[in-house]
Design a protein around this ligand. Sequence first.
Ligand SMILES: Nc1ncnc2c1ncn2[C@@H]1O[C@H](COP(=O)(O)OP(=O)(O)OP(=O)(O)O)[C@@H](O)[C@H]1O
Ligand SMILES: [Mg+2]
Length: 375
Amino acid sequence: MEGELSIIGNKYQIGKRIGGGSFGQIFEVIDTESQKHYAAKLEHISHKSPQVINEAKLLKSLGSSEGIPRVRWYGVQGRFNVMVMELLGKSLEELFNSCRRRFSIKTCLMLGLQFLELIEAIHKKDVIHRDIKPENYVMGINKKTHLVYMIDFGLSKRFRDRVTNLHIPFKENRNLVGTARYASINNHIGVEQSRRDDLESIGYVLIYFAKGNLPWQGNNPTNKHQKYHKIMETKLRTSVGELCRGLPQEFQNYINYCRNLSFNSNPDYEYLKGLFKTVAAKFQIGMDKIYDWSEDPKPKSKKLESRKVKRTKKKKSTLEVPETNQKSSSVVNTCNLGKWPEFKDVTKIRLELEKLKTRDKLEVTPDEKPSCTLF
Ligand SMILES: Nc1ncnc2c1ncn2[C@@H]1O[C@H](COP(=O)(O)OP(=O)(O)OP(=O)(O)O)[C@@H](O)[C@H]1O
Ligand SMILES: [Mg+2]
């Protein structure tokens, strides 16, 4: 790719490749005038569902907001659609791997609060992200190393008209858009996505970080359709209590709240943030932006360090072995659940969902004393 294209927009020199997904390849680029480093997302113009140019326009329309990458330049260059943007750091999936695929509850809460701030800001601009997953959150660099950024708006959509404020209409029989592992139940069953689906996915990402895996990971399907089917089935079968076992009660409340939101309701972000703040207060966790992967600013004595290692080891041994690191990739228009005979009858699924909601409600005991086993 570098051979065919070495300079973008007459001034950005292409450097090393820093990432890539199902849609684009990400390169570090250097502004030959200022010598500053940026990132460029390149997508071949023949891609069957091109999105980089739309992504750039959408990002521009979001304006400058903390935690949203700034776009410097976009356009067609040679045989590529290109977007030059702010250079950022490692993705949360990479950091999760470097932390042996388990984040402490403190890191989960600090991330959770930022995820909610970010998604609220994006929703305020009438946009839903539709592909919430650990690979699409990256940390900032230099003075912004403590800050989470939301990236990859390739599958995002406007859910509300900017002028009339009119919400998009409720639709069924839609294809799954996003990443099956973190997809909401409604996304699986073909309901048009809205704000509630982004929030439900955030919940799954946080549970994945806190527990090391999700119950619907690790099945060995023979094809993609079977895989999505299996994921949905397990998602429907797993009670919220089981999904959040070992975590503070507030995680269950979070999932139940999201699953009970109606299609066009305005989510109560403050309530959701409050859940995480409550956990922090109950367990006296200081939200100091020092994450599991951050370097300890005050090196402790050797004795203390070794004690910490021992404790960590013991804690890990009581938990299940983290599941294999399978890549979760985004999809669009590839899976229509309505085509599968077992899930043809959406009304039946709805009835099942209602039963599940009742079951999950019965499991919730809001006044429960703080109890959790994972931290
Ligand atoms: N501005 C950036 N700075 C640094 N790294 C980045 C930047 N943008 C993306 N990346 C890295 O590249 C990876 C892929 O980027 P992105 O998600 O935008 O591509 P994609 O092809 O749309 O991916 P997907 O498979 O999620 O659809 C990210 O997970 C991240 O690690
Ligand atoms: Mg991505």
